[in-house]
Design a protein around this ligand. Sequence first.
Ligand code: NAP
Length: 286
Amino acid sequence: MVVLIRFPFPPHTSLKPLRSSARFSGANFLSTATAVKMEATSSTAGPAKDVRPGKIFVAGSTGKTGKRMVEQLLSKGYGVRAGARDVDNAGSNLPRDPNLQIVRADVTQGAEKLAEAIGDAEAVVCATGFRPSFDIFAPWKVDYFGTVNLVEACRKIGVKRFVLVSSILVNGAAMGQYLNPAYLVLNLFGLTLIAKLQAEKYIRRSGINYTIIRPGGLRNDPPTGNIVMEPEDTLYEGSISRDQVAEVAVEALQCPDSFFKVVEIVSRAEAPKRPLKDLFSSIKQK
Ligand SMILES: NC(=O)c1ccc[n+]([C@@H]2O[C@H](COP(=O)([O-])OP(=O)(O)OC[C@H]3O[C@@H](n4cnc5c(N)ncnc54)[C@H](OP(=O)(O)O)[C@@H]3O)[C@@H](O)[C@H]2O)c1
């Protein structure tokens, strides 16, 4: 028997059109992004130009992937607002850098507070993930509602660019991967992958300019192979270094070919090394 469960959106999350604002170098970022995207897909257009927001809010900056994102963003000259639940702890773990501000941000505490934390950032990168605890609802609180809260915070203050780290196999059921051990294990505690899939759906319906990155199993060690990027619902095994996940997220911020796309990534020793831009442009979104 198939049971269909409808996941209600919280009451404060009606999907109104995004407010326009002058955050992106005096222009409307979404319009700019859409224009660039249209240019990129037009047969007569030249190559899409990079668009580069100046300051980035990183949610989950104290995590193993989030910290790498902060480091890579700073090394590329971005300003960073690093969201952390424990600011003191984050301060002792993140690099000391004049372009880094650490701000308190608990994604379960609602869009209002998150909007303050995002502040003057022009884009949000989300690398949060629930911390294992006895709370069976933790994945829903963090990986679903937390992400919804971040999107709503963006909508409140006119931030129009959102990069999410999700996971391969989030849509495992639709891919016929019900019995894939990874799908079973990850859903065993709190339906983690299902919570992440619902968050993805929310983002995609919100109108925000998103890139959803679904990595395979995450490794702490430096990259041993090259990145393989595939469209949504195609990869069901493989792993990747967190360094490479951070690289893909940082590249997405400035690469119009990543806009409004869901990509799945793993690394493989035998794969050819290709520029991330080319990988993004090779993905055709459904
Ligand atoms: N592990 C894997 O193999 C794998 C595979 C595919 C995808 N992923 C996904 O990839 C992402 C990154 O994974 P990771 O292993 O690098 O992460 P991680 O090290 O577990 O870090 C999780 C981050 O989320 C933050 N967080 C947790 N609850 C929060 C809350 N209520 N408000 C704000 N921040 C909160 C943590 O902050 P604190 O430091 O304050 O706890 C931490 O910064 C996650 O979404 C994960 O599900 C993981």
